[in-house]
Design a binder for this molecule. Sequence first.
Ligand code: PLP
Ligand code: TYF
Length: 392
Amino acid sequence: MVPGDPILGLTEAYNADPRPGKVNLGVGIYYDEQGRIPLLRCVRQVEQAMAAEAKPRGYLPIDGLPAYDLATQKLLFGAQSAALEAGRVVTSQTIGGSGALRIGADFLKRTLPQAKIAISNPSWENHRVVFGTAGFEVSDYRYYDPASHGLDFAGMLADLGALEPGTVVLLHACCHNPTGVDLTAAQWSQVVALVKERGLLPFIDIAYQGFDKGTDADATAIRLFVDSGIPAFLVASSYSKSFSLYGERVGALSVVAADRDEAKRVQSNIKRTIRSNYSSPSTHGGAMVAAVLGSDELRAQWEQELGEMRERIHQLRAGLVSKLAALGAPEFGFIQQQAGMFSYSGLSKAQVDRLREEYAIYAIGTGRICVAALNSGNLDKVAEAVYAVSRG
Ligand code: PLP
Ligand code: TYF
């Protein structure tokens, strides 16, 4: 036996809990006001059209559906990107953002066998698992400051500046998992300059594009890295959250190379890596995303639905903070400054245990809560329980 995934394991415990009114703030999934995983209207529409057409399901190319890869590039780098125009970017559809991370990790291990990787402290725990399993030595750089519930920017710069040149640096583009603490655009500019000067290799993970400020603003880090003229970097992206298509496993790996020729060589290596893992990605989810992004009308509808999810998360943050303040706990105001689905609530392991045992509210032992699992039916209960355990 090996230890299970603590996040997915928590959902199993939640599912087995018979108490009515239980709340799962553990796993990173966006739930709607009724507590359901939404099926976006744009997705329903293309899926109905696809069902009516009843097309055969051949194999996709190794690097996926070309229309999907192209649409993904535009979303990440901007439709007018000079790097795209120059043929410097190659994109492959992958099995979720997780698959993009693993394919990127395997590709880097083979190409740069001596390279190490640094991830934020803390980071999504699977980063350590994926890169460690691919054979990387994984270290971390300072990121979260528990005292301010914000960013330890000085610590981050100091640690990145001390990494060996050639080290891969994993960066969360937006909506940092697990803390909800992001860099400002000005801070990104400083990180980009430092990473470039130090000769580090950025690997950007963007799993929540559109969940904080919007699809373009949330890609600020990617756009700044491209504009910096840095010779190469990688991007692992996911539509799991932004299209609410978790189980369809829709992700992509993009690599920015120095020029068109290098990009072609990189792509041949990525394709070999994919072939040696799972041959080719799956058809259905990618076809739906490509159909939505390829239609002006459906794309506008998607932006609107994504905007609704984003706005609702902002409101839930504000609602939780104001309810806690009304109960007499104004110190949780930082939750409103954090971005995306998650907040590092500052609750201890013992307090999280009490939330689960006494109130049937499930959160991660680190104190991470998924704000996107709140709704008007459970928000008061959660605020009251958080208030109670925080007052011992
Ligand atoms: N990266 C981060 C930071 C995530 O939170 C997630 C969450 O699921 C992923 C990558 C993986 O995305 P996917 O579910 O598409 O594999
Ligand atoms: O952090 C989360 O909750 C999401 C979902 O092995 C997730 O990113 C969690 C664990 C896991 C895969 C996805």
